[in-house]
Design a protein around this ligand. Sequence first.
Ligand code: URA
Length: 427
Amino acid sequence: MSFDAVEVIVAKRDGHRLSDAQIDWVIDAYTRGEVADEQMSALNMAILLNGMDRAEIARWTAAMIASGERMSFSHLSRPTADKHSTGGVGDKITLPLAPLVAVFDVAVPQLSGRGLGHTGGTLDKLESIPGWRAALSNDEMMRQLEDVGAVICQAGSGLAPADRKLYALRDVTGTVEAIPLIASSIMSKKIAEGTGALVLDVKVGSGAFMKDLDRASELARTMVDLGTDAGVRTVALLTDMSTPLGLTAGNALEVRESVEVLAGGGPADVVELTLALAREMLDAAGRPDADPAAALADGRAMDAWNRMIEAQGGDPRAELPWARETDVVVAESDGVLETLDAYAVGIAAWRLGAGRARKEDPVQAGAGVVLHARPGDTVRAGEPILTLHTDTPERFGRAREALEGGVVVAPAGTDVAVRPLVLGRID
Ligand code: URA
């Protein structure tokens, strides 16, 4: 069936629901180039302003899945579980999590992306390991899932091609934040990938898409419903992203911190979130009695990491790169660190060279920010709060500008309320 693009735009503009046939047509016609970018931009804006109901979102997602290939892991000898984070600053959890879950005979296919804007990308982080390669064929990926149990690699271009086009358009038309569009974008790729279980880490706070808990809960509910309706065991944790995760933001810096977690150490919040997500994945994959904390403590997760990195050509024992220059940001007064804003730190790391402005830009492996204090910690005037790392010191000024207002020291004795890391759970 064929429609007129203007008729579909006007229907949503005037607050009507779109029919299944209209949705199927508009996604297919846009992917083929028959619906123009300016028409899809107008429709996206109408969706952002007027929303979609559950059936419309489900159909929109199904149409995006139908635009490309579907993978299947049904021939693997073990169950599959995947995790998706909506993106945050210092969010390196995929790195320790994938090998940790694989220890328990669960296959973890992590199809990941590169960073754009202030949030880092998992592939950029892993590419700081000498020799490691992100691009695998489907056969290589399946072999690695059978042999090692965990794979983190680039998503092939065949999965939900409609999403790639739509996402690029949303990025430049102020329509990224629409809940139906975010939910369908994420879930179309996850459902097409074919995982049996999926755990969503929906970030809430300044460093996340969703700044408040109500909107984050709505996004989580929408995605959990989409996954469940498609036969994927799906659960979401709502987690804090008002301050960075752990003590590092930047590619090689975050790999080092992840290896510390795999060695049984690392910052408490990174360990807490890794274990919370691992327990959800193991439970959803039918391994409720597994003890992931024991696997971090006794070296089994580290063994799985080493095998995962080696299987993709990386040398897990190689020295990771350091940036050539550093600049220390100190506390200006005695007191308690009240705010260390995730968005400010994310922008600073990005400006130092850890992220990219356009998707073809290179990233610096060593660039980023190291935190020496976290909200609630006592600090003294002149003591370091952050160290900025880059190969290109002319970037320090702009990175410091990004931090203005994002680092706040309150007078000594101030009672600073530190948000819990896990703010809710939706299944
Ligand atoms: N990640 C995605 O894949 N899509 C979105 O819309 C937002 C985050």
